[in-house]
Design a protein around this ligand. Structure first.
Ligand SMILES: Cc1cc2nc3c(=O)[nH]c(=O)nc-3n(C[C@H](O)[C@H](O)[C@H](O)COP(=O)(O)OP(=O)(O)OC[C@H]3O[C@@H](n4cnc5c(N)ncnc54)[C@H](O)[C@@H]3O)c2cc1C
Length: 432
């Protein structure tokens, strides 16, 4: 697959109609800061240094290490205290940045991994450094191109993939996973079962007949879950050439809106949006002269009780009107096709608990050792990988969790052999 850099990484639109182009070189970012709030350039440099320190510990040292014992957590505690992990991302940013607009620019990133910037541990400020270190990229052909590349790799390595097949049960006996039973009635016996489904769902629904010692229904219920997502996909009969590939459209409220979504769990009338236009970078994504887009709106998960049959069409219309007033004039006239998904889709199709978009929230009390372990405590030979495990959601996070898993299953196998080749198990079966 081919990855191409995107600039700006994001264009952030504030509710008063002003913009901040985030991304590029340090000089480009600093000149944008100076335009919005000249007094914040020095503070930004100190914030950059702090997020690099956090990155060195949180990503380089710990991003691909398992946290399966209390001792592993105790070992990192001094570093976590030194780096002030007990602060939230917003509190950390506010130590360095005075402008409220810029505080939003440099603190919204936890939303990309399912967290509220006001409660997510500041360890996740490392995302800022990840962006600066490598930039923001787009996979030509869209995320589907990444999936196809993965599929090709799995098949080349001798793996088998069963599509449109739901795992109904993780079969077990005597505390050991024996394989999986699928909805079509088939039983697949296996030496190891690795799950990248949502751990709360898997533990509560798929371990039929296993008495759970740690992940009881009561414990699972008490976890703090990430938000839900309303995603509207649409194609336009014209191109909006001046709109960036990635835009964040911030609404009037920040902290209170996040409280509505995460704590009060009510669907507010206002919102903040992320607008993605892949055809801005990749002409193959839309017919000539047209655009394809999606707009993502963080919403409460299904613990809210929102009736999406009623609210879905209303929210769709509110979002289209807002986009018309802000980035995409006369949008309703130019929409050729559209559809949306709500948290109900995430629950019924992707099988996440409460229809969350990112499993459990990345709180300090739900990170590292306190997140779902890659090696299950309930069954021998059952392993987890993906958004619900350390280090968390988002592609970089889930790929790191794959490395954690690899380190657990086959220590040293990520190292190259004498011939410079990586070692892989070539007998995997993927059920999806
Ligand atoms: C609209 C949107 C945009 C995003 N954009 C980005 C981005 O730009 N960059 C980024 O880094 N991250 C992005 N993310 C987040 C990222 O996609 C996820 O965090 C990541 O895909 C999680 O990977 P995963 O393997 O844990 O789970 P998933 O990718 O959700 O895969 C789990 C799969 O398991 C299947 N499954 C679950 N249970 C069963 C079962 N019982 N039987 C069979 N199959 C089952 C599900 O159907 C699903 O296909 C985005 C997410 C969304 C929703």
């Amino acid at each position: 697959m081919s990855l191409v850099p995107v600039y700006p990484w994001y264009r952030i639109r504030f509710d008063d109609g002003t913009y901040f182009n985030y991304g590029g070189t340090q000089t480009q970012i600093e000149s944008e800061i100076a335009r919005v709030s000249p007094g914040d350039v020095q503070g930004y440099r100190r914030l950059v240094a702090q997020s690099r320190d956090i990155f060195d510990v949180g990503f380089v040292q710990l991003g691909d290490k398992p946290f399966s014992s209390v001792a592993s957590m105790v070992a990192v505690a001094p570093n976590m205290i030194r780096l002030k992990s007990f602060l939230s991302v917003y509190q950390m940013v506010s130590l360095y940045i005075k402008s409220e607009k810029l505080r939003q620019v440099f603190s919204f990133q936890p939303l990309l991994v399912g967290g509220n910037p006001f409660t997510t541990t500041s360890i996740y400020s490392l995302i800022q450094h990840v962006e600066r270190q490598w930039g923001v990229f787009y996979a030509m052909g869209g995320t589907g191109a990444i999936v196809s590349a993965m599929e090709k790799l799995i098949r080349e390595l001798g793996g088998e993939i069963l599509l449109d097949t739901t795992v109904d049960e993780i079969m077990a006996d005597g505390g050991k996973a024996l394989g999986v039973a699928t909805a079509d009635g088939a039983k697949h016996v296996a030496d190891l079962v690795v799950v990248n489904g949502d751990p709360p769902f898997v533990y509560s629904k798929l371990l039929k007949g296993t008495v759970r010692k740690k992940w009881t229904d009561k414990k699972i219920e008490k976890l703090q879950y990430s938000m839900g997502l309303f995603v509207l996909y649409f194609g336009t009969s014209k191109q909006y050439e001046t709109t960036a590939h990635h835009s964040i459209l911030l609404g009037k409220r920040y902290k209170e809106l996040l409280k509505d979504i995460f704590d009060r769990k009510v669907l507010a009338e206002d919102f903040s949006l992320y607008l993605h236009i892949p055809s801005r970078t990749d002409p193959s994504m839309a017919p000539p002269g047209k655009d394809c887009m999606y707009v993502l709106c963080p919403v409460p998960n299904l613990q809210s009780g929102v009736d999406w049959q009623v609210e879905g069409p209303r929210l769709r219309d509110r979002i289209v009107s807002y986009l018309e007033e802000t980035e995409l004039p006369e949008l309703s006239k130019y929409i050729e096709a559209d559809f949306y998904v709500t948290p109900e889709y995430f629950q019924s199709e992707l099988l996440t608990a409460y229809g969350t978009g990112f499993s459990v929230q990345p709180l300090l009390t739900q990170s590292a050792y306190f997140r779902f372990h890659n090696k299950s405590e309930e069954l021998e030979n059952l392993f987890f990988v993906g958004a619900g495990t350390h280090p968390g959601a988002g592609m970089p996070g889930v790929l790191c969790s794959a490395k954690v898993l690899q380190n657990l299953l086959s220590p040293g196998s990520l190292e190259r052999d004498a011939g410079g080749n990586k070692q892989y198990d070539s007998h995997a079966k993927v059920v999806n």
